[in-house]
Ligand binder design. Structure first.
Ligand SMILES: Nc1ncnc2c1ncn2[C@@H]1O[C@H](COP(=O)(O)OP(=O)(O)O)[C@@H](O)[C@H]1O
Ligand SMILES: [Mg+2]
Length: 376
């Protein structure tokens, strides 16, 4: 087997990096990994899985998990260090472990291994990066790190609706919305959602609102953000999920655009919160008409491309992919909500297939080009 692998591997080697687990060999979405391995097989790359614990860079060979697509089984094998590493460390919590931090830093410095997307993004940093560049500033809603009730007061003076979002949040967790209503006795209206349910409360004063907010926020850091009046379809707001990835030439390129329509009474568009998947063309056409919708989509593509390049430059790291949540408001203006450096699976089959191919193509590109100093 060993001999076979040595001789049969002029194929570029791409390892998916994840964490070990107590009850199964490794964490992360195994189906995703299998799809990527299969895609690698079709496009000529040897793809397998390694866990941080086994990734000992001083060794010639490391424990790896290979998948046999015909028997549908995983097996362990000692393999040479991979040429390219695709980072799928599952959570921010994993990433913060000292052992993981050390491995990430060593990979970034490594003289041969190509490693991209080293870290999760921090929601606040993203806004700072985009605000500092003229080309991207126009896409960001007014955003500030939340430090006290005075920030709410300031934002409510300028905007009829504001959003509060955890800096390290995802999937809508911890997101809240504050509005000033015309009800004189209790004008401060707060909407929030936990796992399944949406909640509403009203407060007479800002300090009373703050008491409840503090309780809901706990020790999480938050940003406060201008609320955007999203375009809607059948009275439900929707937004766009854009996937931008590097291609086989190492250049940013747009993989696909999906749309998510908010669930009834939900303040976000996430599918687990009652949101649904739909076609951007259809949703945008319903609001803006066919022609304007086509122009808007072209504009969204250009915006996503510009934003991705800016984020990569400002982050100071080599990135290979990111997903973005972009909103279109009722007047057709495009807004940036967040970018994610560990994109979740897209359920649209065409985007899904292309996303796998892009990872392999970019991996192959990296394996065939020398590493620059300080780069991935
Ligand atoms: N400033 C805002 N105005 C209007 N809607 C927003 C705003 N911020 C977020 N949303 C809605 O909430 C969703 C989730 O926000 P996002 O920043 O992507 O957080 P998460 O990391 O939890 O996905 C967005 O996709 C959008 O539908
Ligand atoms: Mg999001």
């Amino acid at each position: 087997m060993e001999l076979f692998l040595q001789h049969a591997s002029p194929l570029p080697s791409i390892a998916i990096l994840t964490m070990h687990d107590n009850t199964r060999p490794f964490r992360g979405n195994h189906y995703n990994f299998i799809d990527l391995i299969q895609c690698g097989k079709e496009l000529g790359a040897f793809v397998y899985v390694v866990v941080v614990k086994d990734l000992k860079l001083s060794q010639r060979r490391i424990n790896s998990y290979v998948y046999n697509t015909s028997t549908k089984t995983w097996s362990q094998m000692m393999l040479p260090l991979p040429q390219v590493i695709y980072n799928r460390i599952p959570t921010r919590k994993d990433e913060l472990q000292p052992e993981v931090q050390q491995t990430i830093k060593a990979l970034m410095r490594h003289s041969q291994i190509r490693f991209f997307n080293p870290f999760f993004f921090n929601k606040w940093a993203l806004f700072e990066w985009l605000n500092k560049a003229k080309l991207t500033k126009k896409y960001t809603p007014a955003t500030k790190k939340l430090s006290g009730p005075q920030d709410l007061e300031l934002y409510l003076k300028h905007f009829p609706t504001i959003y509060l979002k955890p800096i390290r949040g995802k999937a809508g967790k911890g997101i809240m919305k504050v509005e000033l209503s015309s009800v004189k006795s209790k004008p401060y209206r707060l909407s929030w959602q936990n796992t399944r349910k949406s909640h509403l409360s009203a407060h007479a004063t800002l300090s009373k609102l703050w008491v409840q907010l503090k309780e809901l926020m706990g020790s999480e850091e938050y940003i406060v953000q201008q609320g955007i009046k999203l375009a809607s379809y059948q009275s439900r707001p929707f937004d766009l999920r854009v996937l931008v990835q590097k291609n086989g030439k190492g250049k940013w390129s747009l993989t696909g655009i999906g749309a998510r329509v908010a669930g009834k009474r939900s303040i976000t568009t996430h599918v687990p919160r009652g949101g649904s998947i739909d076609e951007p063309e259809k949703l945008l056409s319903a609001t803006f008409g066919r022609e304007a919708a086509a122009l808007l989509l072209a504009k969204v593509k250009r915006a996503a491309h510009t934003i991705a390049r800016r984020i990569e430059k400002a982050s100071g790291h080599v990135l290979g992919e990111m997903s973005m949540d972009l909103g279109v408001d009722t007047s057709g203006q495009i807004w940036f909500f967040e970018a994610n450096s560990r994109p979740m699976k897209f359920d649209e089959p065409d985007i899904r297939q292309k996303s796998l191919e892009r990872i392999i193509q970019y991996g192959k590109y990296l394996s065939g080009s020398p590493k620059k100093k300080g780069g991935g």
